[in-house]
Design a binder for this molecule. Structure first.
Ligand code: NCD
Length: 319
C-alpha cells in the first residue's frame, strides 16, 4: 500500500489522497485480521514499534477518542503516557496549556495526540512543534480522526462513499466533526446536506456553500442515504443566546421513530457520540438496526491504529 509521510495531522487537508487510501485500507486489514486472529501485531514489524512512546494530552472530556487511541497504540505494541486529569497536572496551579505542551515536547515522545478547547494561534503553535501532533479534537475547528472513522463506517455499511447523500443534522456551528467531514466526505465524492436551526448553522458560509440546506427534517431524511446526527454542544453555547428552547429543538430536529420510518430501509444512521438520548436522538432510533453508533466506536480503534502507523511510518505486512 502506498503512503507518503505526514508530519503533523491537524486537519483533513494534511492528508494526500494516498494517505486517505492508506488509512482506509489499513483499517480494513486491521479489522479483518483482528476478527480472524484476535490481534494485529503480526501486520507490522514489532521491531519498529519497540521503545516508541505516544503521549496523549486531553484537556477536554473524552471517552471514545481517548480510549480508542490507547487501544490503537497498545495493539501495535507502542507505550502510551496519558495526561488528561488536568486537576492533577500543573495546569491546576495556573500553568498554561501552551507551557504544559512545551513540557511534554521536552520529553520527546514519538508523537503527541492532543485534544483541547482551541486557543489563539493554535495552528501555528502546533505546526512549530518538533514532535508530530495528531488532532484528537481541537475547539470547534476540526476532528479529522473522527471523520475518517465516519467515512470508513459509511464505506463498510453502504459499500461505497462516492455518490452517497449524507445529511448532517444538528449543531453544525460548534461541530469540529462536521467541519472535518465536510472536507473528507466531499473529497471522497459524497454529496452533503444539512438540517440545522439558523442559530446553529455554520459560521464559515463560504466553506459550506455547496452543501444543500434542508429546512424540514422530513425532506432531508427522504433525500438521505446516511444521516449524521450531532449533539447540541450546550457547553459551547454559554455565551450566546441560541434563540430556541430545547423543546423546540426536539420537535424539529430530533431523530426518533417517526423519522426512522421515513428513512430508507438500507440507510445508515451515524452519531460521533456522545449521544444525548431524548434530545437529538431517541432510544428507538439508537436501537434501530440502521444505527451504527457502536460500530463507529469499534472502528475508531482500527482507524487510529492505521493513523498511528502512517504517522510513525510503520511497514504494514498484508498476510
Ligand atoms: C465529538 C467531539 O468531542 O468532538 N465526539 C467525539 O470525539 N467522538 C462530538 C461531541 O462532543 O459532541
Amino acid at each position: 500500500m502506498k503512503k507518503s509521510s505526514v508530519f503533523s495531522f491537524l486537519g483533513i487537508d494534511d492528508l494526500s489522497s494516498d494517505n486517505i487510501d492508506f488509512i482506509l485500507k489499513t483499517s480494513a486489514l486491521f479489522k479483518k485480521e483482528f476478527y480472524e486472529k484476535g490481534s494485529i501485531i503480526h501486520c507490522i514489524n514489532p521491531e519498529q514499534t519497540k521503545g516508541l512512546v505516544v503521549q496523549l494530552l486531553f484537556a477536554e472530556p473524552s471517552t471514545r477518542t481517548r480510549a480508542s487511541f490507547e487501544v490503537a497504540c497498545g495493539r501495535l505494541g507502542i507505550a502510551i503516557t496519558s495526561l488528561w486529569n488536568l486537576h492533577f497536572s500543573s495546569m491546576a496551579k495556573g500553568e498554561t496549556l501552551e507551557d504544559t505542551f512545551q513540557c511534554l515536547i521536552a520529553l520527546r515522545p514519538d508523537m503527541i495526540v492532543l485534544r483541547c478547547g482551541g486557543f489563539k494561534s493554535a495552528e501555528s503553535f502546533l505546526r512549530s512543534s518538533p514532535v508530530p501532533v495528531v488532532n484528537a479534537g481541537l475547539g470547534t475547528m476540526e476532528h479529522p480522526t473522527q471523520a475518517l472513522v465516519d467515512a470508513f463506517t459509511i464505506q463498510e455499511k453502504r459499500g461505497k462513499i462516492e455518490g452517497e447523500k449524507v445529511l448532517i443534522v444538528g449543531d453544525v456551528l460548534h461541530s469540529r466533526v462536521a467541519n472535518s467531514n465536510l472536507k473528507l466526505l466531499t473529497r471522497l465524492g459524497a454529496k452533503l446536506g444539512m438540517c440545522t436551526p439558523e442559530a446553529l448553522s455554520p459560521a464559515d458560509k463560504q466553506a459550506w456553500k455547496d452543501v444543500e440546506r434542508f429546512d424540514s427534517l422530513e425532506t432531508g431524511i427522504k433525500w438521505a442515504d446516511v444521516i449524521m446526527c450531532l449533539r447540541v454542544q450546550r457547553e459551547r453555547h454559554s455565551l450566546r443566546n441560541i434563540g430556541f428552547s430545547m423543546a423546540e429543538y426536539r420537535d424539529n430536529y430530533r431523530i426518533a421513530q417517526e423519522e426512522m420510518d421515513l428513512f430508507r430501509k438500507d440507510g445508515v444512521l451515524l452519531h460521533p457520540g456522545p449521544a444525548m438520548r431524548g434530545v437529538e436522538i431517541s432510544n428507538q432510533a439508537v436501537d434501530d438496526p440502521r444505527c451504527h453508533i457502536i460500530t463507529q466506536v469499534e472502528n475508531g480503534s482500527y482507524i487510529r491504529s492505521a493513523i498511528v502507523s502512517l504517522m510513525l511510518n510503520l511497514e504494514i505486512k498484508s498476510p
